[in-house]
Design a protein around this ligand. Sequence first.
Ligand code: ATP
Ligand code: MG
Length: 319
Amino acid sequence: DAPRCIVTIGEIVVEIMAETQGTGFLEPIALKGPYPSGAPAIFIDQVARLGVECGIVSAVGRDDFGALNIERLKRDGVDISAILSVDSYATGSAFVRYRPDGSRDFVYNIRQSACSQTGLHEAARGLLKRATHVHVMGSSLFSFPIIDAVTTAVHQVKAQGGTVSFDPNIRKEMLDIPDMRAALQLMLQECDIFLPSGPELLLFSSGVTHEEAIAEILDMGVSEIVLKQGSEGATCFSADKTLHSAPFAVEEIDPTGAGDCFGATYVTCRLLGKEREESLRYACASGARAVSFFGPMEGTSDFASLDRFIASQTTGEKA
Ligand code: ATP
Ligand code: MG
């Protein structure tokens, strides 16, 4: 078997979660955390749980929030050599509260945190040399130096014969960042696997309908568009066929991280040589398991758990 190594670049943060539903953080409320988090971190932890070699280029502070993240990623098998620990910044954080309608409010400390120090330092360059695939989260493209580092990494991995996946992962709190929109468009042009969720599909093309957007994006050279549809499952579009995977029935405890686990599982399965249909099934199982755990990274799965979960769902038994 050819060696595979999946790399991502981007934010590692702790997540601190409101225990009650409501709008924002304008009065004292009960909070739970810190939990290891950050979309690229959740993604790469899920890859590691599936047993494929992987690493993350990132930066944390020399504080407990950084240590907690590094410990978790290391325990699960992620190569942590390209995570820089910096002295003069604290580890990034995200406070999150769910509104009654299921949408979320965030207070981020990412751009001004240790995350801002993410770059292609020596250890990062070493990791990228081994990479056969690079995954980009749109949420990571929050400053010009980071956009520059991600772009360089994407071009390098492609020049090495590798592939690229891209999840826009847009948060309303981030859209006003200068340069971000152009960078998102560039990632779409460079990627092989595009992983938008619901409304993100229409943000990236001149197409007005889903069909027009899909045709336009496939024409750009993207080979697979995998649309995440939350509790409705997911659909994979490619030039030759469209596949839909129905959702698994689970009780949604905490939706954060579902998209990241889904994407990581889809990409890993494809790189392991599995067909689209089986990859989509595994990815839906991974997303469904993720929402049934409280905490963004607490619901990552290995193949044995996914197989048990899929079998239990098909036969109607409890996982
Ligand atoms: P986020 O960025 O908030 O992590 P996302 O929008 O990127 O999420 P979702 O569509 O919410 O991603 O979830 C990814 C996949 O996980 C879905 O396509 C689906 O297969 C699975 N999933 C998510 N929520 C549920 C649910 N309530 N029940 C069953 N499966 C779910
Ligand atoms: Mg997402």
